[in-house]
Ligand binder design. Structure first.
Ligand code: FES
Ligand code: FES
Length: 930
């Protein structure tokens, strides 16, 4: 075989020469042949921009460029931006909140470099044009725009932002503790590591939504592809071929057994040389299919003669939820006014820019996985189940997580790479393609909700009757969580004396629907907020005033009978947005539109959200150790998925311990080295793990002060091998190097003990909740977040397009531990809420890429004004609650209300795409003229 001729080019100022297929994509060459994994691959199809580099001074998608095209050229990647190990001014500027998960950051930095090279002070149009090719799913783009605009304020010489003083880390706008790797490209995501001798794994997936199948003879496939090492089927699985979130809901096979229940379900796994697997066409794999008529929606699944997806579930109902308080039907009957609304939503795809990826290897009688995940301990237990091993024989080492939003709470590559590595005793990696990620990962539940709310003549809510049916797809995933959380939240953040709220999660042959930022609450919020607007309108009360009158507040009792003792900041949020609400409404009423077809409108949405798991234990353990070198390390099992958990926990730990935040090192997520802090979901890490971090810091501080025999106000200064203690002007030294190592009998096997710690502080927190009774009465959450958003939109009534110009968002977060990160969460939540409202609709088999499935681009990003309301939560760490999911919930209701204000139309089927809006406008016009 003749070797290809080398291709020479300049890379980040150095000459390189690569001998590879000239048609090999530049992104692959950079990552696999040259080891520059800073260039990311989010789609491999030119849609996401994560692979953006500069070629001869112009930005380009490296996944679309063949190697031959850069011969003799000049290629610049993110690795070339830093100088002498220091981040460039642009990179430093991105540390101010422009990088959340960081997977888009290298591409965004290269695009921004391109923008600034052309226009050092870019106009808005130049900015949007230059950055428009790179998608970000986390930030909502505002802080990226600010970072590019603010680059002049940063210089490479300035380095890191100044540290807050000791004891003032909580509340400070510090940069992410793990931010540097995100802006330099050094952070290791799931696809960025290839262990020596690694095999690749590719699943063969069902093209049918429902089918029976038999696997044929694989010998011809092996003969045709010598690089194929093994074909795994369900019969190869050493343990239980059923996994799932709940002990009673383990219904999902790692590899299907004779029957598939959704398109994209894994049937076989091919393991071998990566190039050999790429050469295998699925049609070559001997599988004989017998397609069956699929149950494509809730109605089909509920039909009396519908086949059962799972034998034990009558009518395909996975689970039902209920909250009942008072006689809601009678109270509705007696109400002065009622409003009934119906809402229908569709599948929404997480569309994190990092597809699922990772590797596994066998180490003796254990197996280790390096994977992108939101929940290492749950992964550990599920992988152990599939392998038939005890959980402590599985180690999960989380990679950097390039976005999760709930989608990486389910297993993806984990079971198959673990099985392959275990059986073959070779490292095995897998990287899902974008279409594979979209076909096989869980989605937001499509919902069909009917809600009737009543109010008295004074504008006080009297009753609510709400029912929601949720398409939970083929497997349980987080369906039970959604079905249980929805009734609790269905009456909205309001005092409603009589409530009947019910829900069902129903199996269909659609992809599994799971956790997605809000667990069903964003869907039901559409219903209660539309009802609030209608009631206010009928009563002639301002929509904000109506909500304020009925808002839950300290001393209120919720629909589940819970007394809100404190920290219920909806009234404060509504007060905060009230001037903006008034001004924007007046502005819209008084200023003529720019063109006759353009109509502007202003809408309002409010929300509440229970922090943490619903009525089930929700524990977190955090440890902080001091080793013999006096290095203080936070051992945190709470995975940072871009939301900033690591930074927030370091801030809390620093203040509780009383040391500078810069003196704290971090070990994150590794199940061998950290205790179980629970999953990064349900907006729980700041509240739950934050409390555990605070308790761990306080515990360690107590131990240090006791050993040093100093008073409670003493200052602790970590130094080389010693802790200096300053108490009331007197200085003493604690020689930690002389202390004996901590006994290994702690909660972790390889954590602080293995790190040679001599002191360990431990914190455990489990929020106080109670189980719900048959009527959904009890204490489902220890605390709730509240918020209100005002949206200003412009509707083109000819085209049906909707442009969101501005959002004013007030959120009660208890205490903003890091205001920059809180704003980032609000911005990102708003962008996803906007996508849900206006453009995002996943259709199996039709929108399995980022070209047909639209998410907001920088051109869609509205101006956002954040107002942080701090109504301290007494049970929270320094008063903090959570904001990750709350930020998304009121956005779509506010946008729909604004469309209604602009056009008079109620859009009740999401997303409000131009064709739907235009059709609604035309239908209304026909009715008006009839
Ligand atoms: S990876 Fe190249 S555009 Fe998405
Ligand atoms: S920070 Fe942009 S995708 Fe996560």
């Amino acid at each position: 075989m003749t070797l290809p001729s080398p291709v020479a080019f300049t890379l980040n100022g150095r000459s390189v020469s690569v001998r590879a297929d000239p048609m090999r994509r530049l992104a692959t060459v950079l990552r696999d042949d040259l080891g520059l994994t800073g260039t990311k691959i989010g789609c491999d199809a030119g849609d996401c921009g994560a692979c953006t580099v500069r070629i001869d001074g112009r930005q380009a998608c490296a996944c679309l460029v063949p190697l031959a095209q850069v011969a003799g050229g000049d290629v610049a990647t993110v690795e070339g931006l830093a100088r002498d190990g220091r981040p460039s001014a642009l990179q430093a500027s991105f540390l101010d909140g422009a990088a959340q998960c960081g997977i888009c950051t290298p591409g965004m930095l290269m695009a921004a470099t391109d923008v600034l090279a052309r226009a050092p002070a870019p106009t808005d149009a130049e900015m949007l044009d230059g950055l428009g090719g790179v998608l970000c799913r986390c930030t909502g783009y505002r802080k990226i725009i600010e970072a590019v605009e603010g680059v002049a304020r940063h210089s490479p010489a300035r380095g890191w932002p100044a540290e807050p003083r000791v004891g003032a880390a909580v509340g400070a706008r510090i940069a992410k503790v793990d931010g540097l790797g995100r802006v330099t490209g050094a952070e290791r995501f799931g696809a960025d590591e290839v262990p020596q001798g690694c095999l690749f794994l590719r699943a063969v997936r069902s093209p049918h939504a429902s089918a029976r199948f038999t696997v044929g003879d694989m010998r011809p496939l092996h003969a045709a592809h010598p690089g194929l090492v093994r074909v795994l089927t369900a019969s190869d699985i050493p343990g239980q071929n059923r996994y799932g979130i709940y002990p009673e809901g383990k219904d999902q096979p790692a590899l299907a057994e004779g029957v598939v229940r959704h398109r994209g379900e894994a049937v076989l796994a091919l393991v071998g040389d990566e190039a050999a697997l790429a050469a295998i066409d699925d049609a070559e794999v001997s599988i004989s299919w017998q397609p069956l008529p699929p149950l494509t929606d809730i109605d089909a699944a509920l039909a009396p003669d519908a086949p059962r997806l799972h034998e034990s579930l009558a009518r395909n109902v996975l689970v039902e939820g209920c909250v009942a308080r008072g006689d809601a039907a009678a109270a509705l009957e007696a109400s002065a006014v009622t409003a009934t609304v119906e809402i229908e939503t569709t599948f929404v795809e997480h569309a994190y820019i990092e597809p699922e990826a990772g590797w596994a290897r066998r180490v003796g009688d254990r197996v280790e996985l390096f994977v992108s995940t939101q929940t290492p301990y749950m992964d550990r237990d599920e992988v152990a189940l599939v392998l038939g091993l005890a959980p402590d024989r599985v180690r999960i080492i989380p990679s950097a997580c390039g976005g999760g939003f709930g989608g990486k709470l389910d297993l993806s590559v984990q079971p198959l790479i673990a099985i392959a590595a275990w059986l073959l005793d070779r490292p095995v990696r897998a990287v899902w393609t974008r279409p594979e990620s979209m076909a096989a990962s869980p989605k937001r539940h499509p919902a069909r909700i009917q809600a009737t709310f009543g109010a008295d003549a004074d504008g006080r809510l009297t009753a609510a009757v709400v029912h929601g049916d949720f398409d939970t797809g083929a497997y349980a995933s987080w369906g039970p969580t959604v079905a249980n959380r929805v009734p609790v939240h269905a009456s909205g953040p309001y005092v409603v004396p009589a409530v009947r709220a019910t829900s069902r999660a129903i199996h269909t042959n659609n992809p599994p629907a799971g956790a997605f930022r809000g667990f069903g609450v964003p869907q039901v919020a559409l219903a209660h907020e539309a009802a609030m607007d209608e009631l206010a309108e009928r009563l002639g009360i301002d929509a904000l005033e109506f909500r304020h009158r009925n808002a839950l507040r300290a001393g209120s009792v919720t629909a589940s009978g819970q007394l809100l003792a404190a920290s219920a900041g909806l009234p404060a949020c509504l007060e905060a947005v009230r001037p903006h609400w008034r001004r924007l409404r007046e502005e819209v009423a008084s200023s003529p539109s720019a063109a006759p077809e353009l109509r502007r409108g202003v809408g309002l949405g409010a929300m509440w959200y229970g922090i943490g798991n619903t009525s089930i234990p929700n524990p977190s353990t955090i440890e902080i150790g001091v080793d013999r070198d006096a290095i203080v390390t936070l051992f945190s099992g709470a995975v940072d998925i871009g939301q900033g958990a690591s930074t927030v926990l370091c801030q809390i730990a620093a203040d509780a311990l009383g040391v500078p935040i810069g003196s704290i090192a971090l070990v994150s997520g590794d199940t061998d080295r950290t205790a179980d802090a629970g999953k990064s979901s349900a907006s729980r890490q700041t509240f739950v793990s934050g409390n555990a971090a605070r308790l761990a810091g306080e515990d360690l501080r107590r131990q240090i002060l006791q050993l040093g025999e100093v008073g409670p106000a003493a200052r602790i200064e970590p130094g080389a091998g010693r802790l200096t203690l300053v108490d009331d002007g007197r200085t003493s030294v604690l020689e930690v190097a002389e202390l004996p190592p901590v006994d290994a009998g702690g909660v972790t096997s390889g954590g602080p003990s293995a790190a040679r710690c001599v002191l360990v502080g431990r914190g455990f927190f489990d929020p106080r909740t109670t189980p719900l009774d048959g009527d959904g009465q009890g204490i489902p959450y220890a605390t709730y977040a509240f918020g209100a958003q005002v949206a200003l939109v412009e509707v083109d009534v000819e085209l049906g397009t909707v442009r969101v110009e501005r959002i004013v968002a007030a959120h009660d977060v208890g205490r903003a531990v890091n205001p920059t990160q809180v704003e980032g969460q609000i911005h990102g939540g708003i962008a996803q809420g906007l996508g849900m409202a206006l453009m995002e609709a996943y259709v199996p088999g039709r929108t399995e890429n980022l070209h047909d499935y639209l998410i907001p681009t920088i051109g869609d990003a509205p101006i956002i004004e954040c107002i942080l309301v701090e109504d301290p939560e007494p049970a929270g760490p320094y008063g903090a609650k959570g904001v990750g999911e709350p930020a998304l919930i009121p956005t779509a209701p506010a946008i729909l209300a604004a469309i209604r204000h602009a056009t008079g139309l109620r859009i009740r089927r999401l997303p409000a795409t131009p064709d739907r809006v235009r059709a609604a406008i035309r239908a209304a016009a026909r009715v008006a003229s009839a």
